[in-house]
Ligand binder design. Sequence first.
Ligand SMILES: C[S@@+](CC[C@H](N)C(=O)[O-])C[C@H]1O[C@@H](n2cnc3c(N)ncnc32)[C@H](O)[C@@H]1O
Length: 354
Amino acid sequence: MGAKSSPPPRKQNAVPPKPLPFAPRSKPKPVPRPTVASPARAAPELSKNAQKFRRFGLWGALACAAFGGAYMVPLAVSMFNPESLPYPVPEDASDRYDRTAKTYDETVGASEKSIGVDRLRRKLVGQAEGHVLEVSAGTGPSLAHYNFKKVRSLTLLDQSAPMVEIARQKWNELKQRDEVAGRKSGNVEFRVQSAFDPIEEPKHEKDEKVEEPGKFDTVVQAHGLCSTAQPERLLHRLGQVVTRDGKILLLEHGYSYFGWLNLSLDRNAPVRADKYGCWWNKDIGAIVRNSGLEIVKISRPWYHLGTTWWIELRRNVEAEQEQRPRIEAEVQPKERVAAMAQQQEAGQKRGWLW
Ligand SMILES: C[S@@+](CC[C@H](N)C(=O)[O-])C[C@H]1O[C@@H](n2cnc3c(N)ncnc32)[C@H](O)[C@@H]1O
């Protein structure tokens, strides 16, 4: 056997050898070295998170479906099956509250809770401070939400005696169960009177320095504009009893962002007003703009399609004086009844597509 001969040296310009059929065509990418946050170690963590998100998503979807059902189903029913009445309903139907006071919390109150109004109310009322006046207070659903660490006195006012009686009972129960926020439940007063009548000043403590006698630091109203025939005048009135830097906090309901929904509200408004005393088809934005008060904030939660109005106002002394003659001459309810009857008749005749 001869000695192994070494391969001849490659020539510089020689043709490169053909790649083998099984060889990778491109250069393999470098495999990253595992680090502390390497995929191999983070994988179980990620999948746990993913599971959590999936579970949240599922619950979220279920909650949305339940909420949507509570809000949208009655709406859809009333849209396609509007009820009508053989007689016109007066614009001031607030006498209904005397009749419905006993069942108000079970009917209206319960449905409000299911669509999240109670949560909004809690947030709104939580901003009240100093001497507080709540107008159109009804059965007192806001009572449990006041923070008596900030509230020096609370005056609840409503023109319906049966509604106020329930509010009073509710307050006594809250006190007995010791469920008053701030644990100081002293200065609460209930008054049966119209907000248009003179409103007595809050109860001051003995040595309290009173800068603006007769005025309240915060005025609250939830769902009051729907129940009066003179909503602009009512707002103007609230401006007269709040201090210069005081807050007017409103939670109201009325027209939506959507024309189709407003049409439904219009069509069903007389039946609802006749039953509950509240006209749910008011243009709250226009009422507020015409009130002579300064708008600090308006927000309309998307999930009520713009029908719920959270509003903060304060006094605007110049605009107040300018608007006063017009607002005080606001057309009186009796004169409006005929116009309302005509409107209602026209509303019943209107079809969905024309
Ligand atoms: C829809 S209820 C709202 C009650 C309560 N604020 C709530 O959120 O459940 C409207 C209330 O406004 C009251 N109201 C209507 N006009 C009023 C007025 N001019 N002065 C005082 N209260 C009035 C009615 O008696 C009724 O209790």
